[in-house]
Every structure is written in C-alpha cells, then in structure tokens.
Design a protein around this ligand. Sequence first.
Ligand code: ADP
Ligand code: GLC
Length: 478
Amino acid sequence: MKKILFVASECVPFIKTGGLADVVGSLPKYFDREEFDVRVMIPKYTCIPQKYKDQMRYLTNFYMNYRYRDCYVGLFEMEYQGAHFYFIDNEEYFSGFGPYTDMYFDLQKFAFFSKAVLSALPVLDFKPDIVHCHDWQTGLIPVHLHDRFQANPFFWNTKTIMTIHNLKFQGVWDIKTIQSFSELTDYYFTSDKLEAYKNGNMLKGGIVYADKVTTVSRSYAEEIKTAYYGEGLDGLIRAKSNNLVGIVNGIDYEDYDPATDDRIFCPYNSENFRKNKGKNKIGLQRELGLEENPKAFMIGVVSRLTDQKGFDLIQCVMDEICEPDVQLVVLGTGENAYENMFRHYAWKYQGRVSANIFYSEELSHKIYAACDAFLMPSRFEPCGLSQLMALRYGTIPIVRETGGLRDTVEAYNQYEHTGTGFSFANYNAHEMLGIIRYAKSVYYEKKREWNRIVERAMEADFSWNASAKQYEELYKYM
Ligand code: ADP
Ligand code: GLC
C-alpha cells in the first residue's frame, strides 16, 4: 500500500477560492483504495464553516520552533465522503475572512504551514511515501525535505511531487524576506535554486527539488516551456521536462450531476434535456429578474474576474455581445474594473444582462444548468474546471484554444457533425465575437444540430477515473 499526502492551501468542501480546491477535495476519492492511502492536509482556517469544524477531531498539539519562537501547532482530523483530512491549527496565521490575506503575510503563513506539515508527520505517525504538493504555497516542502528534515530517518524515503495549477503565482518577495520566512541558508538563494530575477521564489524551490513535476493539462505542460506562458520560469521548466507530465483534471461527477443536483430548478440528463433543461432557464430568469423567454440564447460566465480569464476581450466587445437576442449571466468576483463593467452593463441592458458580483456555489450550479452557452476566452488556462462543469450540464463552452480548454473542448465541425463546443485561436476580441455569433446562429437556426452538440457534451467523460489512473501510474514508479 502506497501512502500519499496531498498538501494544499484550499480544498472543497472546507475552503475554496478556485479550481485548486475542487481538485484537492475530489481527486483523493478516486484512487484505488486497495493500493493507495491518499490523505489531505490543509490549514485549519478559522473561516472554515462551523458545521465542518464541529466534525473535526482534535488529535494533539506540539510547539514548533519557527523564526526563533515556539509556535503552537494543533492537529485535527476528519473523515469526509470516505477521504481522510488533516488540519493544521494556528490562529495567529490562519484567521481572517479567507485563506489569503496580503501577499507578504501569505508568504509567511505558508512558509510556516509547510514547515508545520513536515513537523506534524512524525507526530501523527503517518509516513507518506510521497508528499504531493500543490502550488506555490507548498513549494518549500520539497526544499525542506532536502534540507533540515533529512536529519530525521523518518523522511529518508519520502519522495515529492510538485503540481503546478497556475504558474502565474509563484510566491515571490525579495531574497532577504523569503530567506527569513523559509529559514533557509544562503546556499539556497542562487539562480539554480530559489533565486529568480534577484528575488526569492517559493514555487521555484518546489520545482527544483521535487522528484516529479506535474501540471493540470497536456497542453499547459507544453506551453509553459515557452516564454509566453512560462512566467519567467520557462528555462527551468524546459530543463525539468524529463520529469514533467501534464495530467488533465476531472470534476466530481457526484457533485456535478444534472440528474441529481438538488441546487437546480429541474433535474435532467442527456436523454430528457430537450424537455427539462429549459425549465432551469426560466427558473433562473425569474430569480435574476431577466426577461422570461425560454428561447433566448443565454450565455453564462462563472469565474474569477481577472485578466487570466480573458475579460479584457469581453470588455472590448461587450455591446456587440449583448445584442437583443442574447442574455448574459455573470457570477464572479475579482478586479474592480471588471466587477464595475458588469454592473454597468446590467444597468444598461436591464432584463438581458445579470451581474452577480459575489461567490455562490448554489448560483453557480443554477447557471451551469440554465445557460445555453458558457463563455471562457482565457488568455491562459492551466486546465479550467468551469468548462468541464458546463459540458456536464450540456451548456456549450465557447473557449479560446489554450491549455486545458484546448484539451477538453472539441470544436464543433458542421460538416462532420462532431464536437462539443466552439473555440477560437488568437487572443483577439473580434475573433471571439465571431465565434460567439457563429454559436448563436447554430442555436437559433439549426436547433437539431445544437441539441446534438449538447448531447455529445453531456456524454463526454471528464470524471476523475482516467486521470486518477495516470496519477496512480506516476505514484507507482516513484
Ligand atoms: P480557476 O481555478 O483558475 O479559478 P477553474 O475553472 O479551474 O478556474 O475553477 C474555478 C472554480 O471556481 C469552478 O468550480 C467555478 O465554478 C468556481 N467559481 C469561480 N467563481 C465563482 C463564484 N463567484 N461563485 C461560485 N463559484 C465560483
Ligand atoms: C488553477 C488554474 C485552473 C485549474 C485549477 C485547478 O486555478 O487557473 O485552470 O483548473 O488551478 O487545477
């Protein structure tokens, strides 16, 4: 039996700001239990909903020396849907309204967390064969394992994987600061280790010292070897390419199932969607105060409102998108400029545009179920889960061909009657507009064709089964 420990800064259902949480919370359920014991460790944020905190079991605590102080480390655990979760408690670091505060504090918070994770393992007597680290917040773990924790025989056979969910975020500050937070010696701050462009870089440490590096789609694994997508680390990624694999994400097919989802207005499946999916549109139009019209072409957006997701393209042609035969429903939070842009257009096109500038799991499900199309014109996209959720709900993705979007959405081909969505290649607002209009024309003028796209989308398989197998293969040979 191989023992694996996932370490991350977020995880559903406890704490989520994006797709990372979905992956960390759902993937562990899909491993073969006979062969793999996969557990997850995250901080015990005070903002985790009380109902989950009530179910956590206190295990023990110890004091860890961190930056010349003895710091409290509490350990809690919980079983949830058959998976085993550990929580690291320290209210000095893990309080606040969300998992992240400001970058400077976050660097210290996750440096503390990374050291606490490794210090906790001998105490818990859980000896993982592989520590599977996710994103920059856990980048110091492979470095520490190579450094001070080598002194303990407990860790002599421990291997590490660093999974990059988003290369844009690297955990960077000046060397002095990163050195002080990580407690690493000067030795580590050279250009072949944690130094990058005269700064300290925690993700770089993880990539350099991990035994394997993975990312969340095949295309992104290739893209990050180039300067355009490499975020300054493309040279390192190229150097590591023998130990780099891209494994596409899946989604939780139990949580995201239009046939059983109790958050949507009317359940449906790939056989009865023609009759029942539309009821979700009417329900949502009523709830959001949009014109009640079952025929209107409804486009959905559920996203962090950031440049990564292509909102500058949308901004550029917003008036052209919002033609009288279109309804647009947005759910998201992020950059002020985009939040205000959607608020403005909801006012300008009342009854046709709905701007929901907040976070709501429930509304997101209703949007995935109600809309006809789902717009995601990302500048870059390591994998993207929203388009997979949309596919599962028969809501046709309109995406830019990049990263995981390229790998998961097959462009509609009107001659061969294939494809599950619509896509465009260049990061160009009018190219996007052209493809939105093309999708709209298929919707209005070739309803049968449209419905066949919906059917194919709903039947495509993006459950975790196939990808969990690829992770298993990786674990086996480490
Ligand atoms: P990223 O991780 O880059 O934000 P993904 O597509 O991988 O992008 O994952 C985004 C996840 O966050 C999806 O589960 C999506 O439904 C969810 N999400 C994003 N914004 C919101 C919001 N405002 N309310 C509810 N869910 C949201
Ligand atoms: C990141 C990426 C997103 C990916 C998610 C989960 O947030 O931006 O593309 O789906 O991680 O891997």
